[in-house]
Design a protein around this ligand. Structure first.
Ligand code: ATP
Ligand code: MN
Length: 466
């Protein structure tokens, strides 16, 4: 067998020295067409959105073998690499030897070449990476994960691994998945009939984390600049195109940053990621632009080249109150903004990404820095076109007494928070951070409309298949 080359290499590199030599490629058949004398087989190996064409002179091959070459089958092909006469491809392979690794019967292989709906592909999520669309999405997902690590590493941040199993509810939302090894049919009880969590694996009630932030703050108050990048779990029973029960979150946390610094970091970081995608993933972006969202590239460039609007929650409420548009959820000072409000501000009013700050304290988490007005906190949400909230963050309350008072007001159990409070007793410092939902970022980068289509195996209410 000859030396194998990946298709991305053959289509993207200077391969003059390989022309007219015999090479090997391996991959899956996308289409096969032809006539009595020759077959044209388009092969894709996942390394790039494009296929390579294999030309088969039927006279040279056994009929039984040729019958096995159908859409979805996996082949190893040896052949001469030649410059292509055909349109749309620079090189092709004249087959000399073909081995069929795995057949895919046309009777039952679900991915025949006709176009499939995203809904149908979700039902066969285990096969959808074999489509051009999901190949492009998952290559972009990889590229964005890499770019995130690169950005932080290049800017002197340290990657901190925060725990996935936790005894504290960071967001105070109570939307947590419990973690237990107790027998649910035979729960140990205390004398007063409550569940005896002392008998559970960790000796206390535990859950999957909704955020790594609290532990991230400990990292920032020692290493200076940290970020987390890991799975996050929320048992919110909301079946929306923007929520998953299991998603990935990136959470930078920086000592000595105030809210202004935090906003600058968020804007710089998002723009870096968009630029990285445009510079490194144009084939996949172009494909998605042509296939699914004709404004994708335009939108990416627009966000890259314009400053984000920054304004206070109170100002945003005034704008929404004056809007001619009828909202499903009524607007008043103090309400949490719904996606329709966020998207109105971004898509219709400012026509630009918006960073909203200084939210009412009652709709934000306990740890946010309190403003002097007694009503608002130093929160910031970054709102994006088509997405709504992509980032949520804040300057943190560094004052022990103020933080403790807020914890008491909200009746947050202190027994789980003592270590967090201690950071404000010893060497406390101003600090800020935010959380970027990785899949929300990918919705923006890929132009996909449903968050289930940017993660390989989505977890949503009622669905944990594959
Ligand atoms: P939303 O209001 O959209 O439900 P949130 O305010 O609950 O979000 P945060 O707690 O601020 O979200 O989390 C930080 C970021 O994590 C959000 O800005 C968003 O990008 C992402 N995120 C939050 N919840 C989810 C989810 N269920 N699925 C996917 N991403 C999420
Ligand atoms: Mn938020």
């Amino acid at each position: 067998m000859s030396k194998r080359f990946e298709i991305a290499y053959l289509l993207k590199s200077n391969i003059d020295n390989l022309i007219d030599t015999t090479i090997n490629i391996k991959g899956w058949v996308r289409t096969k067409r032809g006539n009595k004398n020759v077959a044209f087989i388009a092969i894709n190996d996942g390394s790039i959105v494009h296929n390579i064409q294999v030309v088969v002179d039927l006279a040279n091959f056994d009929e039984e073998l040729l019958k096995k070459i159908t859409t979805g089958a996996c082949l190893s092909v040896d052949g001469k690499l030649v410059k292509s006469m055909g349109q749309g491809q620079s090189v092709e392979i004249q087959a000399e030897q073909i081995e069929v690794y795995g057949e895919a019967s046309p009777e039952d292989y679900p991915l025949q070449k006709k176009g499939h709906s995203l809904e149908f592909l979700r039902e066969i999520a285990y096969l959808r990476p074999r489509t051009n669309t999901f190949g492009a999405i998952f290559r972009l997902r990889h590229a964005m994960a890499f770019a995130i690590h690169k950005y932080f590493n290049d800017h002197g941040f340290f990657y901190l691994h925060t725990p996935l199993i936790t005894a504290s509810d960071c967001e105070g939302a109570g939307e947590m998945f419990q973690v237990t090894t107790m027998d649910l049919n035979n729960l140990p009880k205390t004398e007063d009939g409550a569940i005896d969590y002392q008998k559970d694996f960790f000796g206390k009630q535990t859950s999957l984390t909704v955020s790594g932030q609290l532990e991230g703050e400990l990292g920032a108050l020692s290493l200076g600049k940290i970020y987390t990048f890991g799975p996050t779990f929320r048992a919110e029973n909301s079946n929306t195109p923007r929520h998953l029960a299991e998603f990935w979150m990136i959470e930078p946390e920086v000592a000595f940053n105030d809210l202004e610094d935090n906003m600058n970091l968020a804007e710089d970081f998002l723009k870096y990621l968009i630029r990285y995608a445009l510079d490194n993933c144009m084939d996949d972006l172009q494909f998605l632009n042509n296939m699914w969202d004709k404004e994708l590239l335009e939108r990416l460039n627009f966000v890259l080249n314009n400053s984000f609007v920054r304004l206070k929650y109170t100002e945003a409420i005034d704008i929404l109150l004056q809007a001619k548009k009828k909202f499903e959820f009524p607007v008043a000072w103090g309400v949490d903004l719904q996606s329709e409000h966020e998207r109105y501000l971004v898509e219709e009013h400012f026509k630009c990404p918006v960073i909203l700050i200084d939210y009412p304290k009652d709709i934000k988490a306990f740890y946010m820095k309190q403003n002097d007005d007694g009503k608002t906190v130093r929160a910031m949400d970054v709102l994006f076109p088509k997405i709504g909230e992509i980032i949520g963050g804040s300057q943190r309350e560094e004052n022990y007494d103020k933080l403790l008072k807020r914890i008491e007001e909200l009746e947050i159990p202190q027994k789980d928070m003592w270590w967090y409070l201690d950071t404000r007793r010893w060497g406390s410092a101003p600090h800020s951070g935010f959380g970027l939902g990785f899949e929300r970022l990918l919705l923006f980068i890929t132009g996909m409309a449903n968050i289930r289509d940017v993660i390989p195996f989505p977890r949503t209410p009622g669905n944990a298949e594959f």
